[in-house]
Design a protein. Structure first.
Length: 211
């Protein structure tokens, strides 16, 4: 709803994210929960060391850049999804997979979470995610008045090579702790109402431009 207000539009137009339309095929997505999953933001994969951190924590990494069918199957296999990727949380919520929201390491990706959460009446409380690499330490502390210099120093060789194992193990321990947090899920009636509204808007678009 924040986006609607910023554009001077009624709150009623802040329905949610279009990924909620996956509910139209919900019966085709059977759940087989077997593991705890973690989906980083796609930018975090090359910058961080999340594959190794997840392996150390015993948590399944879900690659947000993988083919759609593969990502959906991986999410459906989660008992709980720890989500740095906002659309990981959105899809998990749509498919009724419990999820734990974490603050994206890149500050630029944080505010949009609240726009979506507000539309589904979610009281969003994001948990902190420890960086998994020296490069992520530099990014996470970039705007901090005291720590920015430390982060920048750690991201440079040779300190980056020396600090990498400690940073990675700390990230793994944090992931393991996040797996024990109380997961989130929007209320069923609220989600269903948003889905019906989205279907209605889709029908209007088809009527206008589908000929």
């Amino acid at each position: 709803m924040f986006a609607a207000r910023a554009l001077g539009l009624p709150d009623s137009l802040g329905i949610g994210d279009a990924a909620i339309l996956l509910r139209a095929q919900h019966d085709q997505f059977p759940r087989r929960p077997r593991y705890i999953g973690f989906m980083p933001h796609w930018e975090s994969l090359p910058r961080g060391n999340w594959r190794r951190a997840c392996a150390l924590a015993g948590i399944r990494l879900i690659d947000p850049t993988a083919p759609v069918a593969s990502v959906l199957a991986e999410i459906l296999g989660c008992k709980v999804l720890i989500a740095e990727a906002m659309h990981g949380a959105i899809v998990a919520d749509t498919l009724r997979v419990p999820w734990v929201p974490v603050l994206p390491i890149n500050h630029a990706h944080r505010d949009k979470w609240f726009d979506w959460a507000d539309a589904l009446r979610l009281d969003l409380k994001q948990h902190r995610l420890w960086p998994s690499s020296p490069a992520e330490v530099g990014l996470a502390t970039k705007h901090h008045p005291v720590l920015s210099g430390v982060g920048a120093g750690l991201s440079k060789w040779p300190l980056s090579r020396l600090s990498q194992p400690l940073i990675m193990y700390a990230a793994a321990e944090r992931l393991a702790a996040l797996a024990t947090e109380e997961p989130c899920q929007s209320a069923g009636p609220v989600l269903e109402n948003a889905f019906e509204q989205m279907l209605e808007k889709l029908g209007q678009l088809q009527a206008l431009y589908g000929k």
